[in-house]
Design a protein around this ligand. Structure first.
Ligand SMILES: [Zn+2]
Length: 389
């Protein structure tokens, strides 16, 4: 298809607007062009009064498209080509919007499928890669889940299955884990995160974007990563807090005070590195310590666990864990770790970090590390094997 760009008009542009609006990337009120596009809350009949032919791809549209491309890890050019168009359509679906089942002819794609795959994995079922495509492995995982929970094992995710998936979340957080123990590794470990309070701290924020190159900012990427980690930890029963919203940039003192006030059990700060040397690359983690005795042993342990899990799951190079006396680590009263996952200045690292699947793998690594930290030692599985296969 010919990419849609600034100045284009027509039904396809209207479609793009609708998708962006449903994602909250275009304001609901006052569409990018007053005479164009569907107004929120209006029935589709509104199209009659505002012909789709006149809907224009404006600068506001372009900005929203760029934003979307960036958070989805697509190439950021502000145009809607095939890849972006597909991603926009996939992003519109949330779990429960439609029936999901395996169709070998035209596999269903969408964020709802990602959500389902994620959920199945978190519950200990192998649903294949978390790629948003409902494939045969997703079906196998879904059927096993349905069998275990006394549902019709038809491989279709409909209302009954959704209800079970949701109720299960409540059971885990409600502290009745015995029902779930029979199943796979995650389920056994789930109870260990109940009652754990974890603060996830995306670095930078707001005006302070951290390392920036073109449309890519460290601040946005670590926020995306923090949200993924938050989702996984919460699904595992932990209580999770983020230190900032997308547009905020609290000081180090504000971040640690927040974690202290939340009486967190663990503090995880996220950054991505950059260096003048184009050779610098890899993952490092930091914990509180002076390098000569005084250090946080749990912090050190978690710094090692999370770094190794990330390395095992992403192929990023291992730069080790190091004691530091930074305020962020020093002022927090709980074990605190800063994870620098990759160099945005390195071409390979950068490509990996822009890939949403890699950020998803880093989030899984963080979950695995947290679970291992709180698991009894004898149950500790080898690095890189936990939860996701
Ligand atoms: Zn940073």
């Amino acid at each position: 298809m010919q990419p849609l760009r600034l100045g284009d008009r027509g039904p396809a542009v209207a479609d793009v607007h609708a998708a962006l609006r449903s994602l909250g990337l275009l304001p609901d009120e006052g569409s990018p062009q007053p005479d164009g596009g569907l107004q929120p809350g209006q029935p589709s009949g509104a199209m009659d009064t505002q012909p789709m032919e006149s809907v224009e791809f404006t600068e506001t549209t372009e900005l929203a498209v760029r934003h979307f491309q960036q958070v989805r890890g697509l190439s950021v050019d502000g145009r809607v080509g095939e890849e972006t168009y597909r991603a926009l359509n996939e992003a519109r679906w949330s779990l429960g919007d439609r029936l999901l089942r395996y169709d070998p002819e035209r596999p269903t794609r969408g964020d709802d499928v990602i959500n389902l795959q994620d959920r199945l994995h978190e519950l200990g079922y192998d649903a294949g890669p978390v790629d948003g495509v409902f494939g045969p492995e997703t079906e196998v995982g879904l059927r096993s889940f349905q069998r275990d929970y006394g549902l019709t094992a038809d491989g279709t995710c409909g209302p009954a299955t959704l209800r079970a998936l949701r109720q299960l979340g409540r059971k885990v957080t409600g502290g009745r884990p015995q029902l779930l123990r029979q199943s796979a590794s995650f389920v056994e470990s789930g109870p260990h995160l109940i009652g754990r309070r974890i603060v996830v701290d995306p670095g930078h924020g707001g005006e302070e974007a951290g390392f920036t190159e073109g449309e890519t900012t460290e601040s946005d990427l670590v926020f995306d990563l923090a949200s993924r980690i938050e989702g996984r930890l919460a699904a595992a029963g932990a209580t999770v807090y983020l230190t900032r919203g997308r547009g905020q940039n609290p000081s180090a003192a504000e971040r640690t005070t927040f974690a202290n006030d939340a009486r967190a059990d663990l503090f995880i700060s996220l950054h991505m590195e950059a260096h003048r040397s184009e050779h610098a690359r890899g993952v490092a983690s930091y914990y509180y310590g002076t390098g000569s005795g005084a250090s946080s042993t749990v912090g050190e342990q978690f710094a090692n666990l999370v770094r190794r899990e990330v390395v095992a799951r992403t192929g990023l190079i291992d730069l080790g864990s190091h004691p530091k006396t930074w305020d962020l680590l020093r002022m927090s009263r709980m074990p605190a770790v800063r994870l620098d996952c990759g160099y945005l200045s390195h071409p390979v690292d950068r490509l990996l970090l822009l890939d949403a699947r890699v950020r998803s793998a880093i989030a899984s690594a963080a979950l695995a590390a947290v679970q291992r930290l709180f698991l009894p030692a004898e149950a500790d599985p080898p690095t890189g094997t936990f939860v996701l296969r």
